[in-house]
Design a binder for this molecule. Structure first.
Ligand code: ACM
Length: 489
């Protein structure tokens, strides 16, 4: 039997109570907004843009002082308590009207996402069952990462991904913009990075780069969906595309060719050359000016061709540069060995790493354990796409873990959140990207949002089953895992 919509929400809300009555959307229904609230208005316009094509209803957006009418949706900050925070919301049906209360844009926006899941996926009647929901996230960092460096993805494809992330209340998209195989962002002071480095890709992958205007377009689109972009320039290893674009960055002054293989750890910037720091400073400076978010991810992983002493020297200079730019530094967990500064963010990915050491130095942790949420890993031995060096990760494996207990000696307050990377050595188009992310990413979204208490795979898999028709209606190419009793509706 199919579950009622309110029983199938992902992520599971903090508090939900079934109430009597129903809010029915009709040709007379309006979306009303408390006068003067630009955040509410922005969310209301977004909702109308989603619901009009789905329902065929006109759903005009209007400012309104108060008066609720049956069948209307009302956005207001009145009655939204501080416990909701910036991202929380209250959603309730009252006398046939549906009311979303929140304190900021993200809260209103997430109320809209819950409302969308309370409606049927594709066909009316457009009725919202009587409910009272109060909801806010466990962690502030709930993300995914797309490696556009091995294989490039277009602006439209990244927008599509942003829409899918937003539907499940994920709020970070980390873009891995450079690696050995390609460089994907125009830097005006070093144009060959994009013009030459951008012409490379992994074997079978796609080349290309974002212009600055395109990156800004993506950042604005992300913001309109309550998502912050986190740009990464991977340093000092994973830099062959840069080294191939400028001979002067190389120790021997000779540029290597572009690289299309899958090996890691062979390239490094020269920590002893002063031009290296001009390069890093120019690149990060332009990127910082371009990105509205507070974060700069500087990589730091798998620098196997960089001596330990050079690595420490290099990362110290990079930390100075990021600090001068007024941004927050993010790095893969190898940067723990370089010495961290309070406020740095460390992305934990390796099995054998020391998160406690990062915390002791004043850093916060983003949990991306490769055995759980590296979503380029195969689901099972028969999965054609993806890799298996970290693990095989079925849907249950990606869900049944917790960011606080996955490594020893880590506390709730040390963890900023969770992020699921998608590396693209074998993933070269939108359909393949969706197949690897979905449905595992829904589990990651729930891990990042919902209270730990009460989470169970047996209960989750039944809710997930109800998202088959939703994903299908959205045209998502998802993996029909045999672990999930998919609903056919
Ligand atoms: C990584 O997987 N090299 C961060």
């Amino acid at each position: 039997m199919n579950k009622a919509q309110y029983e199938s929400l992902i992520p599971k809300p903090v508090f939900l109570e079934k109430r009597g009555g129903v809010c029915s959307l009709t040709p007379e229904s309006k979306i009303c907004v408390q006068a003067g609230s630009t955040w509410a208005l922005q969310a209301a316009e977004y909702l109308a843009g989603r619901l009009r094509p789905l329902t065929g209803l006109p759903l005009p957006v209007e400012e309104a002082a108060q008066a609720f009418e049956p069948g209307c949706i009302y956005f207001t900050a009145q009655g939204a308590g501080t416990e909701l925070g910036e991202e929380g919301y209250q959603l309730s049906t009252e006398e046939g009207c549906l009311i979303i209360r929140a304190r900021g844009f993200a809260g209103f926006f997430y109320g809209c996402q819950t409302l969308r899941q309370l409606l049927p996926p594709a066909e009316g009647p457009w009725e919202i069952p009587g409910v009272f929901i109060e909801d806010y996230p466990r962690f502030p960092w709930r993300g995914s990462m797309l490696d556009v460096a091995r294989s490039f993805f277009t602006v439209d494809e990244v927008k599509r991904l942003l829409d899918l992330l937003a539907a499940y209340k994920l709020n970070r998209l980390h873009l891995h913009l450079s690696d050995d195989q390609g460089w994907r962002i125009m830097i005006d002071s070093w144009p060959n990075l994009a013009l030459h480095g951008g012409s490379g890709a992994v074997e079978g992958g796609r080349a290309g780069f974002f212009t600055k205007a395109e990156y800004q377009e993506l950042a604005a689109y992300a913001q309109s969906r309550a998502i912050t972009l986190v740009p990464e320039i991977d340093l000092p290893g994973h830099t062959n595309a840069a080294l191939a674009s400028y001979p002067e960055l190389n120790r021997d002054g000779v540029a290597p060719g572009l690289y299309r293989g899958m090996k890691v750890g062979f390239s490094t910037l020269a920590a002893e050359k002063e031009i290296t720091y001009k390069f890093v400073s120019d690149v990060l400076g332009e990127l910082a000016a371009l990105t509205p978010g507070p974060y700069l991810h500087v990589g730091g992983d798998e620098a196997h061709s960089t001596e330990d002493e050079e690595y420490r020297l290099f990362m110290g200079r990079v930390q100075d540069i990021v600090a001068e730019l007024g941004k927050t530094l993010v790095g893969w967990d190898e940067i723990i060995q370089a010495g961290l500064r309070p406020g740095d963010l460390v992305q934990i990915w390796r099995k054998d790493t020391r998160p406690r050491e990062a915390v002791r130095q004043g850093a916060k942790l983003i949990m991306s354990p490769c055995t759980r949420v590296y979503l380029d890993m195969k689901y099972g031995p028969e999965t054609e796409l993806g890799q298996d060096w970290a693990a095989l990760i079925e849907v249950e494996d990606a869900y049944s873990w917790d960011p606080v207990s996955v490594y020893p000696d880590v506390g709730e307050e040390d963890v900023l959140g969770v992020e699921a990377p998608l590396w693209t050595e074998t993933i070269h188009n939108l359909g393949d990207m969706e197949y690897m992310l979905f449905p595992r990413l829904l589990g990651v979204a729930e891990i990042g949002w919902s209270p730990r208490q009460g989470r169970s795979w047996e209960e989750y898999r039944l809710r997930l089953a109800a998202h088959g028709p939703r994903l299908r209606a959205a045209g998502v190419n998802f993996y029909r895992s045999g672990q999930v009793p998919w609903e056919e509706r």
